[in-house]
Design a protein around this ligand. Structure first.
Ligand code: HEM
Ligand code: HEM
Length: 137
């Protein structure tokens, strides 16, 4: 059970690193191409959303085994992050296919994506501290 509870955190850590790499590409324009930025971005969104489903499933089986973690607002923030993904992705495609909107939408796309990374850190804190509390209990 203890090993199972680590799958989701480790998977989300990798998703986070993919997101950071894409943010770096966007901010520095190093190696930036439409294809690579779009693909890496979709990978970040896809992995994190799959990780959310994984978190729900793992948490369910932990509860069935009698281990109840106190995760604070982890669940709510998780769903909020996915909402931000959707908005940021729509803006990313609009920036590319509607160049007239580029100037107005770029900062919003940038800050929405950076906000998801910040919330990811929050998820890391609530997730890891819940694990520690349960280990020490
Ligand atoms: C590195 C960052 C993260 C860490 C360390 C972490 C940690 C955890 C832990 C320890 C659990 C309990 C189940 C388990 O052990 O697998 C959990 C559950 C969960 N996580 Fe995460 N998580 C992280 C990121 C995320 C992100 C980014 C999302 C959403 C996009 C997310 C969504 C969820 C959900 C929905 C649950 C189930 C909560 C419930 O059923 O109440 N997590 N997470
Ligand atoms: C569906 C996924 C995504 C699409 C379609 C997309 C699309 C775009 C486009 C078209 C640009 C403008 C490039 C230009 O014309 O110069 C851009 C810039 C940028 N993107 Fe994305 N993006 C996606 C995901 C992401 C993700 C996941 C992040 C970060 C986590 C990110 C961060 C940025 C940043 C920081 C910029 C530069 C903004 C600026 O210079 O003000 N994007 N993106």
């Amino acid at each position: 059970m203890k090993i199972l509870s680590l799958f989701h955190p480790l998977f989300q850590l990798i998703a986070f690193l993919v997101g950071v790499a894409n943010a770096r590409m966007g901010l520095t324009r190093k190696g930036f191409t439409w294809r690579s930025h779009r693909n890496l971005g979709l990978l970040y969104y896809g992995m994190s959303t799959a990780g959310l489903i994984g978190g729900l499933l793992v948490n369910d089986s932990l509860e069935e085994a009698g281990l109840k973690l106190d995760l604070d607002f982890h669940l709510e923030v998780g769903f909020f992050i996915v909402l931000l993904f959707l908005l940021a992705a729509i803006l990313g495609f609009l920036i590319h296919y509607r160049p007239a909107l580029r100037r107005a939408l770029m900062p919003i796309h940038r800050y929405l994506n950076l906000a998801t990374l910040l919330l990811f850190v929050f998820q890391g804190v609530t997730g890891v501290s819940a694990l520690f509390r349960s280990l020490l209990a």
